[in-house]
Design a protein around this ligand. Sequence first.
Ligand code: PLP
Length: 414
Amino acid sequence: MQTKGSAPDVSDNYNITLSLLCYNKYVCNNNNERRTFMIYLDNAATTKPCKEAVEAAVNALTECFGNPSSTHAEGIRAKLLLDDARQTIAKAISGREECLFFTSGATESSNWAILGAAENRLKRKPKVVTTAVEHPSVKAAFDKLEKNGAEVIRIMPDENGEIKAESIVNAVDDKTCLVSCMLVNNETGYVLPIAESFAAVKRKYPDCITHCDAVQGFMKLPIKVNALHADLISLSGHKVCAPKGVGALYVGKGVNISTYLHGGGQESGKRSGTENIPAIAGFAAAVKMLSGSINERYENACALRDILYNSISDIDGIVINSKEQALPYICSIAMPGYKSETLLNFMSEKGICVSSGSACSKGKKSSVLKAFGIPDKIADATLRISFSADTAESDIMQFADVLKQARKLASIKV
Ligand code: PLP
């Protein structure tokens, strides 16, 4: 911590990051010219908002600033924008617009879904089912249910690091009121068999509510509400080139969950609070921009992933944590003997942004990698490289090159 008048304490992570930021602003090229230089390979943490999203958000801020609940002309203009955004995002998952509710992000969506589905059943000590590899926003909601008396079943990946549909289905019984599983794991890209398992759960136990945190799969895999058999779906804007602070919860028709933001009755009375119109407009514009190119972008991500794995395959001891069938946008690798945080700082000094796991884990040991059966020695040395539609082959080659430079530096070895 820096006190007034004292030199920055370089042992403080925050200060190190700040000094790296300043350094990165002025990296010198071979001609000794100062230039900005940055390769962004941390798109699972957040994406750069696309031009379309920025324009839509600025337009909403400047030209369409009314409160959508107001009945005058300015309010109606904002309401039209809101309705249009709702239609766009619902259409992207082949859902009904009246079932889509805007939130502040997927953390809120999943908290609302999980607590809203189970909290009013707590008196009956219900059983709720989830996996051991969920994002903290889901994990924490289940921890809260457990504290309040629910029996929580957390499905572990098997000895091959996989979660099979039958493990999910077998964990559910007639006492289970909720099952919540993510579509794509944010640390490894592992794709869970949601459609297959939720369809089987619904066949056997139609009253059991199914929730899917679809954040990392949205606009990367084709998602159709009916085919997924999820009653509730959490989405986030900032993973799909939209601004931060916006997300959505899809609540299937007839699905009853309690409301926990009370007030002015916005979002059909289900989520009070004036809607964040600029972010919502940006969200819809980004989704529109990405619509129609899911397959093409998937192929491109597969090609980038192959280039990455080929270009680092000659590094002695390199480990690829992501499975072959993982979503190609998220690549988890490890260079045992080199700590993730040290590698990450080295990369950052060279102008490359990657992550050591999920952005939310911030240096803490990853319980998710452990659950996937990845030994501590490898988990501690893990880097997550994640792509967007803007990622270029040259970015990957540069990353591989810098990783090889790091490998040669005995000074950063643990
Ligand atoms: N779920 C998953 C799988 C995520 O990767 C994230 C963000 O990292 C979230 C939920 C939280 O989303 P938000 O930042 O919109 O709250």
